[in-house]
Design a binder for this molecule. Structure first.
Ligand SMILES: Nc1ncnc2c1ncn2[C@@H]1O[C@H](COP(=O)(O)OP(=O)(O)OP(=O)(O)O)[C@@H](O)[C@H]1O
Ligand SMILES: [Mg+2]
Length: 372
Protein backbone atom coordinates (compact mmCIF):
# COMPACT_ATOMS: atom_id res chain seq x y z
CA UNK A 1 0.00 0.00 0.00
CA UNK A 2 1.42 3.38 -0.99
CA UNK A 3 2.03 6.25 1.34
CA UNK A 4 -0.83 8.17 -0.22
CA UNK A 5 -3.09 5.19 -0.24
CA UNK A 6 -2.53 4.75 3.45
CA UNK A 7 -3.28 8.40 4.07
CA UNK A 8 -6.53 8.13 2.09
CA UNK A 9 -6.47 11.86 2.00
CA UNK A 10 -9.75 13.61 2.58
CA UNK A 11 -10.04 16.51 0.08
CA UNK A 12 -12.03 18.56 2.57
CA UNK A 13 -8.94 18.67 4.77
CA UNK A 14 -7.25 20.83 2.15
CA UNK A 15 -6.98 24.53 2.75
CA UNK A 16 -8.12 27.05 0.14
CA UNK A 17 -8.92 25.56 -3.25
CA UNK A 18 -7.43 27.04 -6.44
CA UNK A 19 -9.06 26.49 -9.79
CA UNK A 20 -7.20 26.55 -13.11
CA UNK A 21 -10.27 27.36 -15.15
CA UNK A 22 -9.97 27.86 -18.87
CA UNK A 23 -11.84 29.51 -21.71
CA UNK A 24 -12.24 26.51 -23.97
CA UNK A 25 -12.10 22.75 -23.91
CA UNK A 26 -8.75 22.90 -25.66
CA UNK A 27 -7.21 25.18 -23.04
CA UNK A 28 -8.71 23.01 -20.31
CA UNK A 29 -6.88 20.02 -21.75
CA UNK A 30 -3.70 22.03 -22.11
CA UNK A 31 -3.85 23.21 -18.48
CA UNK A 32 -4.67 19.69 -17.34
CA UNK A 33 -1.72 18.28 -19.25
CA UNK A 34 0.73 20.80 -17.80
CA UNK A 35 -0.55 20.53 -14.22
CA UNK A 36 -0.79 16.73 -14.20
CA UNK A 37 2.58 16.21 -15.93
CA UNK A 38 4.37 18.65 -13.66
CA UNK A 39 2.91 17.24 -10.44
CA UNK A 40 3.53 13.67 -11.55
CA UNK A 41 7.14 14.39 -12.54
CA UNK A 42 7.88 16.17 -9.27
CA UNK A 43 5.98 13.97 -6.80
CA UNK A 44 7.42 11.08 -4.92
CA UNK A 45 4.15 9.22 -5.18
CA UNK A 46 0.67 9.68 -6.58
CA UNK A 47 -2.68 8.03 -6.25
CA UNK A 48 -5.68 8.16 -8.61
CA UNK A 49 -9.17 8.14 -7.16
CA UNK A 50 -12.64 7.92 -8.79
CA UNK A 51 -11.37 8.43 -12.30
CA UNK A 52 -14.39 8.66 -14.63
CA UNK A 53 -12.79 9.89 -17.86
CA UNK A 54 -9.44 10.18 -19.55
CA UNK A 55 -8.66 12.10 -22.70
CA UNK A 56 -5.89 12.25 -25.28
CA UNK A 57 -3.84 15.41 -25.44
CA UNK A 58 -1.49 15.95 -28.40
CA UNK A 59 1.62 17.59 -26.96
CA UNK A 60 3.77 17.43 -30.08
CA UNK A 61 3.18 16.77 -33.76
CA UNK A 62 1.64 13.27 -33.76
CA UNK A 63 2.59 12.51 -30.13
CA UNK A 64 -0.06 12.43 -27.47
CA UNK A 65 -0.51 11.46 -23.85
CA UNK A 66 -3.56 10.49 -21.83
CA UNK A 67 -4.64 12.84 -19.08
CA UNK A 68 -7.43 12.55 -16.54
CA UNK A 69 -10.27 14.83 -17.60
CA UNK A 70 -12.73 13.75 -14.92
CA UNK A 71 -11.37 12.36 -11.68
CA UNK A 72 -9.13 12.96 -8.71
CA UNK A 73 -5.41 12.56 -8.16
CA UNK A 74 -3.45 12.86 -4.93
CA UNK A 75 0.22 13.73 -5.14
CA UNK A 76 2.91 13.58 -2.51
CA UNK A 77 4.67 16.82 -3.42
CA UNK A 78 7.49 18.42 -1.38
CA UNK A 79 6.27 16.81 1.81
CA UNK A 80 2.65 17.97 1.30
CA UNK A 81 -0.37 16.18 -0.05
CA UNK A 82 -1.77 17.90 -3.12
CA UNK A 83 -5.24 16.99 -4.31
CA UNK A 84 -6.18 17.70 -7.91
CA UNK A 85 -9.84 17.45 -8.82
CA UNK A 86 -10.21 17.57 -12.59
CA UNK A 87 -13.80 18.05 -13.62
CA UNK A 88 -15.01 18.97 -17.11
CA UNK A 89 -12.34 21.53 -17.87
CA UNK A 90 -11.78 22.78 -14.35
CA UNK A 91 -8.70 21.65 -12.50
CA UNK A 92 -9.12 22.43 -8.83
CA UNK A 93 -6.21 22.08 -6.48
CA UNK A 94 -6.23 21.82 -2.69
CA UNK A 95 -3.44 20.98 -0.31
CA UNK A 96 -3.04 20.03 3.32
CA UNK A 97 -0.51 22.87 3.69
CA UNK A 98 -0.31 26.41 2.35
CA UNK A 99 -0.28 25.87 -1.41
CA UNK A 100 0.66 29.37 -2.64
CA UNK A 101 4.10 28.27 -3.84
CA UNK A 102 2.76 25.27 -5.71
CA UNK A 103 0.12 27.42 -7.44
CA UNK A 104 2.76 29.96 -8.49
CA UNK A 105 5.01 27.16 -9.83
CA UNK A 106 2.11 25.71 -11.81
CA UNK A 107 1.06 29.10 -13.20
CA UNK A 108 4.63 29.71 -14.37
CA UNK A 109 4.71 26.22 -15.83
CA UNK A 110 1.48 26.85 -17.80
CA UNK A 111 2.75 30.18 -19.07
CA UNK A 112 6.39 29.49 -19.74
CA UNK A 113 6.79 25.76 -20.11
CA UNK A 114 3.61 24.59 -21.75
CA UNK A 115 4.08 22.07 -24.58
CA UNK A 116 3.22 24.60 -27.30
CA UNK A 117 6.27 26.74 -26.55
CA UNK A 118 8.75 26.80 -29.40
CA UNK A 119 6.36 24.86 -31.65
CA UNK A 120 4.60 25.58 -34.92
CA UNK A 121 0.87 25.57 -34.18
CA UNK A 122 -2.26 26.27 -36.17
CA UNK A 123 -5.39 27.68 -34.56
CA UNK A 124 -8.67 26.52 -36.07
CA UNK A 125 -12.34 26.69 -35.28
CA UNK A 126 -14.38 23.54 -35.58
CA UNK A 127 -18.14 23.73 -34.80
CA UNK A 128 -17.47 27.04 -33.06
CA UNK A 129 -14.87 25.37 -30.92
CA UNK A 130 -11.35 26.70 -30.65
CA UNK A 131 -8.74 24.04 -31.48
CA UNK A 132 -4.99 23.96 -31.85
CA UNK A 133 -3.08 21.65 -34.17
CA UNK A 134 0.63 21.15 -33.73
CA UNK A 135 2.33 21.05 -37.12
CA UNK A 136 5.68 19.91 -38.46
CA UNK A 137 8.06 22.88 -38.40
CA UNK A 138 8.93 24.34 -41.81
CA UNK A 139 12.51 23.99 -43.01
CA UNK A 140 12.63 26.78 -45.62
CA UNK A 141 15.55 29.21 -45.34
CA UNK A 142 15.15 32.84 -46.34
CA UNK A 143 18.08 32.45 -48.76
CA UNK A 144 15.93 30.01 -50.78
CA UNK A 145 13.38 32.73 -51.51
CA UNK A 146 14.16 34.85 -54.57
CA UNK A 147 13.26 38.34 -53.42
CA UNK A 148 14.11 41.98 -53.97
CA UNK A 149 17.30 42.64 -52.05
CA UNK A 150 15.66 45.44 -50.06
CA UNK A 151 12.77 43.21 -48.95
CA UNK A 152 15.09 40.37 -47.97
CA UNK A 153 17.30 42.71 -45.94
CA UNK A 154 14.38 44.28 -44.12
CA UNK A 155 12.34 41.19 -43.31
CA UNK A 156 14.13 39.78 -40.28
CA UNK A 157 14.76 43.26 -38.87
CA UNK A 158 10.99 43.77 -38.73
CA UNK A 159 10.09 40.33 -37.44
CA UNK A 160 12.60 38.19 -35.55
CA UNK A 161 14.76 41.12 -34.41
CA UNK A 162 11.63 42.73 -32.95
CA UNK A 163 11.01 39.64 -30.85
CA UNK A 164 14.64 39.75 -29.73
CA UNK A 165 14.21 43.29 -28.42
CA UNK A 166 10.77 42.53 -27.00
CA UNK A 167 8.77 44.84 -29.27
CA UNK A 168 5.41 44.19 -30.96
CA UNK A 169 5.26 44.69 -34.73
CA UNK A 170 3.37 43.67 -37.84
CA UNK A 171 4.13 43.31 -41.55
CA UNK A 172 2.02 42.56 -44.63
CA UNK A 173 3.26 40.57 -47.63
CA UNK A 174 1.11 41.26 -50.67
CA UNK A 175 1.16 40.35 -54.34
CA UNK A 176 -0.21 37.99 -57.01
CA UNK A 177 -0.62 34.25 -56.37
CA UNK A 178 2.51 32.14 -56.46
CA UNK A 179 5.06 34.88 -55.78
CA UNK A 180 6.39 33.40 -52.55
CA UNK A 181 4.37 35.00 -49.74
CA UNK A 182 3.71 31.71 -47.97
CA UNK A 183 7.27 30.62 -48.66
CA UNK A 184 8.60 33.75 -46.94
CA UNK A 185 6.28 33.09 -43.99
CA UNK A 186 7.75 29.59 -43.73
CA UNK A 187 11.28 31.03 -43.82
CA UNK A 188 10.53 33.52 -41.05
CA UNK A 189 8.77 30.78 -39.07
CA UNK A 190 11.76 28.48 -39.48
CA UNK A 191 14.18 31.18 -38.27
CA UNK A 192 11.92 32.07 -35.33
CA UNK A 193 11.50 28.43 -34.27
CA UNK A 194 15.27 27.94 -34.45
CA UNK A 195 15.59 30.72 -31.91
CA UNK A 196 13.05 29.06 -29.63
CA UNK A 197 10.08 31.35 -30.40
CA UNK A 198 6.60 29.96 -30.98
CA UNK A 199 4.82 30.41 -34.32
CA UNK A 200 1.04 30.43 -34.64
CA UNK A 201 -0.70 30.07 -37.99
CA UNK A 202 -4.20 31.48 -38.60
CA UNK A 203 -5.95 30.65 -41.87
CA UNK A 204 -9.60 31.34 -41.17
CA UNK A 205 -12.03 33.58 -39.36
CA UNK A 206 -11.87 32.72 -35.68
CA UNK A 207 -12.78 34.35 -32.44
CA UNK A 208 -9.95 36.88 -32.30
CA UNK A 209 -10.62 37.84 -28.72
CA UNK A 210 -10.03 34.22 -27.77
CA UNK A 211 -6.97 34.14 -30.02
CA UNK A 212 -5.54 37.25 -28.31
CA UNK A 213 -6.01 35.65 -24.88
CA UNK A 214 -4.41 32.41 -26.05
CA UNK A 215 -1.46 34.12 -27.76
CA UNK A 216 -0.72 36.39 -24.78
CA UNK A 217 -1.03 33.70 -22.12
CA UNK A 218 0.40 30.65 -23.80
CA UNK A 219 2.53 31.54 -26.83
CA UNK A 220 4.18 34.98 -26.58
CA UNK A 221 6.91 35.86 -27.41
CA UNK A 222 5.75 34.58 -30.76
CA UNK A 223 4.96 35.19 -34.40
CA UNK A 224 1.34 35.03 -35.54
CA UNK A 225 0.89 34.44 -39.28
CA UNK A 226 -2.46 35.51 -40.77
CA UNK A 227 -2.44 33.69 -44.12
CA UNK A 228 -4.69 35.16 -46.82
CA UNK A 229 -6.06 37.69 -44.36
CA UNK A 230 -8.34 39.31 -46.96
CA UNK A 231 -10.55 36.22 -46.85
CA UNK A 232 -11.50 36.98 -43.23
CA UNK A 233 -10.56 40.63 -42.60
CA UNK A 234 -11.64 42.16 -45.89
CA UNK A 235 -13.63 45.38 -46.07
CA UNK A 236 -16.48 43.49 -47.65
CA UNK A 237 -16.80 41.27 -44.60
CA UNK A 238 -18.44 43.97 -42.53
CA UNK A 239 -20.99 41.43 -41.31
CA UNK A 240 -18.09 39.96 -39.40
CA UNK A 241 -17.41 43.41 -37.88
CA UNK A 242 -17.38 42.11 -34.35
CA UNK A 243 -14.56 39.75 -35.19
CA UNK A 244 -12.63 42.39 -37.08
CA UNK A 245 -12.91 44.78 -34.11
CA UNK A 246 -11.39 42.04 -31.93
CA UNK A 247 -8.66 41.50 -34.51
CA UNK A 248 -7.83 45.22 -34.59
CA UNK A 249 -7.65 45.28 -30.84
CA UNK A 250 -5.35 42.28 -30.82
CA UNK A 251 -3.08 43.82 -33.46
CA UNK A 252 -2.70 47.18 -31.80
CA UNK A 253 -2.04 45.58 -28.43
CA UNK A 254 -4.20 47.97 -26.44
CA UNK A 255 -3.38 46.12 -23.29
CA UNK A 256 0.31 46.38 -22.51
CA UNK A 257 1.83 43.01 -23.35
CA UNK A 258 4.44 41.41 -21.19
CA UNK A 259 5.93 39.50 -24.11
CA UNK A 260 6.18 40.59 -27.72
CA UNK A 261 3.94 39.45 -30.57
CA UNK A 262 4.90 39.97 -34.21
CA UNK A 263 2.13 39.57 -36.80
CA UNK A 264 2.65 38.68 -40.45
CA UNK A 265 -0.29 38.89 -42.84
CA UNK A 266 -0.39 37.72 -46.45
CA UNK A 267 -2.84 38.79 -49.10
CA UNK A 268 -3.39 38.92 -52.86
CA UNK A 269 -5.57 42.00 -52.40
CA UNK A 270 -4.11 44.70 -50.22
CA UNK A 271 -6.83 47.05 -51.45
CA UNK A 272 -9.57 44.76 -50.13
CA UNK A 273 -8.28 44.79 -46.57
CA UNK A 274 -10.14 46.73 -43.96
CA UNK A 275 -8.60 50.23 -43.93
CA UNK A 276 -8.00 50.02 -40.21
CA UNK A 277 -5.95 46.88 -40.78
CA UNK A 278 -3.98 48.18 -43.73
CA UNK A 279 -3.53 51.89 -43.22
CA UNK A 280 -2.91 52.53 -39.59
CA UNK A 281 0.63 52.44 -38.23
CA UNK A 282 1.28 50.31 -35.13
CA UNK A 283 -0.71 47.41 -36.57
CA UNK A 284 1.17 46.56 -39.76
CA UNK A 285 4.13 48.89 -40.02
CA UNK A 286 5.70 47.49 -43.18
CA UNK A 287 4.07 46.32 -46.39
CA UNK A 288 6.25 44.32 -48.75
CA UNK A 289 5.15 43.83 -52.37
CA UNK A 290 6.03 40.42 -53.76
CA UNK A 291 5.45 41.13 -57.41
CA UNK A 292 5.94 39.09 -60.55
CA UNK A 293 9.66 38.34 -60.83
CA UNK A 294 11.88 40.40 -63.13
CA UNK A 295 13.75 38.65 -65.96
CA UNK A 296 16.82 38.49 -63.75
CA UNK A 297 14.77 36.94 -60.94
CA UNK A 298 13.35 34.38 -63.41
CA UNK A 299 16.97 33.42 -64.21
CA UNK A 300 17.65 33.05 -60.50
CA UNK A 301 14.50 30.97 -59.98
CA UNK A 302 15.48 28.67 -62.85
CA UNK A 303 19.01 28.31 -61.43
CA UNK A 304 17.52 27.57 -58.02
CA UNK A 305 15.17 24.84 -59.24
CA UNK A 306 17.30 23.33 -62.04
CA UNK A 307 20.83 24.06 -60.91
CA UNK A 308 23.22 26.65 -62.30
CA UNK A 309 23.86 26.40 -66.07
CA UNK A 310 21.53 23.44 -66.61
CA UNK A 311 19.15 25.62 -68.62
CA UNK A 312 20.79 27.87 -71.22
CA UNK A 313 20.09 31.63 -71.47
CA UNK A 314 18.04 31.25 -74.67
CA UNK A 315 15.75 28.76 -72.97
CA UNK A 316 15.50 30.88 -69.85
CA UNK A 317 14.41 33.79 -71.98
CA UNK A 318 11.37 31.74 -73.09
CA UNK A 319 10.04 32.29 -69.57
CA UNK A 320 10.32 36.09 -69.70
CA UNK A 321 7.25 38.14 -70.56
CA UNK A 322 4.91 35.32 -69.69
CA UNK A 323 3.89 36.56 -66.25
CA UNK A 324 5.53 33.53 -64.68
CA UNK A 325 5.96 33.40 -60.92
CA UNK A 326 8.15 31.25 -58.69
CA UNK A 327 5.32 28.73 -58.55
CA UNK A 328 5.35 28.39 -62.38
CA UNK A 329 9.09 27.69 -62.29
CA UNK A 330 8.63 25.12 -59.52
CA UNK A 331 5.92 23.48 -61.64
CA UNK A 332 8.19 23.58 -64.71
CA UNK A 333 10.80 21.68 -62.72
CA UNK A 334 8.27 19.04 -61.72
CA UNK A 335 7.06 18.65 -65.31
CA UNK A 336 10.63 18.47 -66.64
CA UNK A 337 11.42 15.72 -64.10
CA UNK A 338 8.43 13.73 -65.34
CA UNK A 339 9.56 14.07 -68.96
CA UNK A 340 13.21 13.15 -68.26
CA UNK A 341 12.10 10.12 -66.24
CA UNK A 342 9.74 8.98 -68.93
CA UNK A 343 11.92 9.67 -71.97
CA UNK A 344 15.42 9.33 -70.54
CA UNK A 345 16.42 12.70 -72.01
CA UNK A 346 18.22 15.55 -70.28
CA UNK A 347 16.55 18.52 -68.61
CA UNK A 348 17.63 20.99 -71.29
CA UNK A 349 15.87 18.88 -73.95
CA UNK A 350 12.72 18.56 -71.87
CA UNK A 351 12.52 22.23 -70.91
CA UNK A 352 10.70 23.68 -73.92
CA UNK A 353 8.12 20.90 -73.94
CA UNK A 354 7.56 21.44 -70.26
CA UNK A 355 6.81 25.11 -70.97
CA UNK A 356 4.14 24.07 -73.48
CA UNK A 357 2.57 21.72 -70.93
CA UNK A 358 2.60 24.33 -68.16
CA UNK A 359 1.10 26.88 -70.58
CA UNK A 360 -1.73 24.50 -71.39
CA UNK A 361 -2.67 24.10 -67.74
CA UNK A 362 -1.83 27.61 -66.55
CA UNK A 363 -2.33 29.92 -69.53
CA UNK A 364 -0.13 32.98 -68.97
CA UNK A 365 -1.01 36.51 -69.90
CA UNK A 366 1.94 38.04 -71.67
CA UNK A 367 3.13 41.03 -69.64
CA UNK A 368 2.44 44.40 -71.22
CA UNK A 369 5.54 46.52 -71.41
CA UNK A 370 5.48 50.29 -71.10
CA UNK A 371 2.15 52.16 -71.14
CA UNK A 372 -1.12 50.90 -72.54
N1 LIG B 1 10.07 34.11 -54.69
C1 LIG B 1 10.19 32.78 -54.76
N2 LIG B 1 11.37 32.19 -54.56
C2 LIG B 1 11.52 30.84 -54.66
N3 LIG B 1 10.48 30.00 -54.89
C3 LIG B 1 9.26 30.54 -55.07
C4 LIG B 1 9.06 31.96 -55.00
N4 LIG B 1 7.75 32.21 -55.21
C5 LIG B 1 7.16 31.02 -55.38
N5 LIG B 1 8.04 30.01 -55.29
C6 LIG B 1 7.72 28.58 -55.40
O1 LIG B 1 6.32 28.46 -55.60
C7 LIG B 1 5.69 27.79 -54.49
C8 LIG B 1 4.37 28.47 -54.18
O2 LIG B 1 4.62 29.79 -53.68
P1 LIG B 1 3.81 30.39 -52.45
O3 LIG B 1 2.84 29.39 -51.93
O4 LIG B 1 4.79 30.94 -51.48
O5 LIG B 1 3.02 31.56 -53.17
P2 LIG B 1 2.03 32.63 -52.52
O6 LIG B 1 2.56 33.98 -52.91
O7 LIG B 1 1.82 32.35 -51.11
O8 LIG B 1 0.70 32.36 -53.37
P3 LIG B 1 -0.82 32.62 -52.94
O9 LIG B 1 -1.05 34.10 -53.07
O10 LIG B 1 -1.59 31.86 -53.97
O11 LIG B 1 -1.02 32.10 -51.56
C9 LIG B 1 6.69 27.88 -53.36
O12 LIG B 1 6.55 26.81 -52.46
C10 LIG B 1 8.01 27.82 -54.13
O13 LIG B 1 8.30 26.48 -54.46
MG1 LIG C 1 0.14 31.72 -50.01
Amino acid sequence: MSYLDSLRCDPSKGKVAYSFSSRSDYLAKLNGFVVQSFLKANSTDHYEHEVHARTEYEFDCGRSETIISHGQIFYSFNGSIVHLNSHHGDHELTCNEDHKDIIEKLKTEIRSNNPLRGKFVQVVTCDDEFRVNIKNPPTTELAECILDASTAADLFENTIDQLDIGADNGIILYGPPGTGKSMVCKAVAHAALKKGYTVCLVTQLINFSQLAYFVDRYLAPCIVIFEDIDSYAGERLQGEGRFIADLLQMLSGIEQRERAVVSIATTNHLDLLDKAVRNRPVRFNRKYALDLPSDHQIDMLIDKYFGVEVICPAQKSLCYQRGYTGSHIAELKRTVSNITRREKCDEGQAFERAIQTVEKHFPSHTKTLGFN
